[in-house]
Design a binder for this molecule. Structure first.
Ligand SMILES: CO[C@H](O)c1c[n+]2c([nH]1)[C@H](O)[C@@H](O)[C@H](O)[C@H]2CO
Length: 452
């Protein structure tokens, strides 16, 4: 008996990203990306892992589409590798790169799977980085030109487009913390990068719409409810600043409100340089908001003068001591955080449509007697699906849910040490082994709801 039934036509899916699964980094004319450079730089990734082979999806995609078909998920979110399409970032188009995605899209449609295409999931062509990368305004234009090339080739069949995956991570993990490519540690550059990413989104949307009639176009943000560590005034104010840093800095301009005044004041002379018309371009109406949710942000005041935010995240061990169960990433498991986030988005921004474009968890999956029993992932997904269902009942326009991830893959700086997949990858043989959660999710999709 289905206790929590989702609306008819609800788009259940899975998600991946090019650099994390494809491999074949030197094949068919692909150029190097900043993640090729970064992962090959000693000390940057777990045990020097790279995406050179990854899951070899570039060659094994027919098997992977078959596994999606067997799962029964009606949608699949994947990203296109800019360096396969424009190896130098601009200029000469690599037709063999377009051909790969053309074949993949046709196979998905043949399998009655709706493709959701992410145009940028962090693998900037190295040639563009050599010309300033996202810190250079020209890269925003290069992105719009890349989007145009891809949409012209696939736009007759791809009708769901995501310009960017998580501009906050690209800007602040890649250019402030420096633990993602390109490994820059500069707050001013990071804030300027966030502006150029949003600007590139604003210029890409009209290009996609022109080349892909009646398409739905959106952007995916990593968003979290922000919870103060204590009710102390300084912690509550720190949480407010962190909410501006993580959430409102992107949501406000995308929904036509410009950059939040409190954050411009907090950033002071670190604030981005914008040109006339930039904010109007960024505020181009979108058809949906993609939400990546994994865990709330628990925040406390930090007096360090080197930290303009004066707010830091509570460390995982403290959360564990406070009773939270953690995933292998050290992220607290808080399904209600998803409900809280969705209700807030509906209340404060009222997007016409929301897709959860990523939600999932890494656990210490073990292959035993040819099987992978992952009850923690089943419990994680069950409880987050239930939270999404509650939000739907409270009026949130949620139209789909993409589990991260279809298969274990290259988890950025963690390399292959963290497993998020519904399908286990044996990295020795590249064999695909569906986990118990794969069968469980298949049942949820078939029932279009939770059965208990
Ligand atoms: C706080 O988590 C982030 O929102 C986030 C988590 N994740 C992501 N963003 C990225 O979009 C994926 O490429 C990662 O593989 C995935 C799992 O780490």
């Amino acid at each position: 008996m289905v206790e929590r039934r989702f609306p008819d036509g609800f788009l259940w899916g899975t998600a991946t990203a090019a650099y994390q699964i494809e491999g074949a980094v030197d094949e068919d004319g692909r150029g190097p990306s900043i993640w090729d450079t970064f992962s090959h730089t000693p000390g940057k990734t777990f045990e020097g892992h790279t995406g050179d082979v990854a899951c070899d999806h570039y060659h094994r995609w027919p098997e992977d589409v078959h596994l999606m078909q067997q799962l029964g998920a009606p949608a699949y979110r994947f990203s296109i590798a800019w360096p396969r399409i424009l190896p130098q970032g601009t200029g000469q188009v690599n037709q063999r790169g377009l051909d790969f995605y053309d074949r993949l899209v046709d196979a998905l449609l043949q399998a009655e799977i709706t493709p959701f295409v992410t145009l940028y999931h962090w693998d900037l062509p190295q040639a563009l980085q050599d010309r300033g990368g996202w810190a250079a305004r020209e890269t925003a234009e290069a992105f719009a030109a890349y989007a145009d090339v891809v949409a012209r080739r696939l736009g007759d069949r791809v009708k769901h487009w995501i310009t960017h995956n998580e501009p906050w991570v690209v800007a602040f993990v890649g250019h402030f913390l420096g633990v993602h490519a390109p490994g820059i540690q500069d707050a001013r550059i990071a804030i300027q990068v966030s502006h150029h990413l949003l600007l590139s989104h604003g210029h890409a949307v009209p290009a996609i719409r022109a080349a892909s009639p009646d398409a739905q176009v959106g952007i995916t943000l990593n968003l979290s409810p922000v919870r103060p560590a204590t009710e102390a005034e300084e912690d509550r104010l720190a949480a407010q600043r962190y909410d501006g840093f993580l959430n409102r800095w992107f949501l406000d301009p995308l929904f036509g409100r410009g950059y939040p005044q409190d954050m411009l004041a907090t950033y002071g002379e670190l604030a981005p340089t914008a040109q006339t018309g930039d904010l109007d371009a960024i505020a181009v109406p979108i058809d949906f908001l993609g939400v990546n949710y994994y865990t709330p942000a628990f925040v406390r005041y930090d007096a360090s003068v080197l930290n303009p935010l004066k707010a830091i995240l509570v460390p995982p061990e403290e959360l564990q001591a406070a009773g939270y169960e953690l995933t292998e990433m050290g992220w607290a498991i808080v399904p209600d955080g998803l409900y809280e986030l969705l209700i807030r988005l509906q209340r404060d921004f009222a997007p016409s449509t929301i897709y959860i474009t990523e939600n999932g968890a890494a656990f210490a999956d073990q292959l035993e007697d040819g099987a992978v029993r992952d009850p923690k992932r089943i419990a994680f997904l069950h409880d987050h699906f239930a939270a999404a269902h509650r939000a739907l009942q409270d009026g949130v326009p949620l139209r789909g849910y993409f589990v991260w991830s279809l298969m274990d893959n290259f988890e950025w700086a963690h390399g292959y040490s963290k497993r998020f997949g519904l399908i286990y990858i044996d990295y020795e043989t590249l064999e695909r082994i569906p986990k118990e959660s794969y069968a469980w999710y298949s049942e949820v999709i078939r029932a279009n709801g939770l059965v208990q």
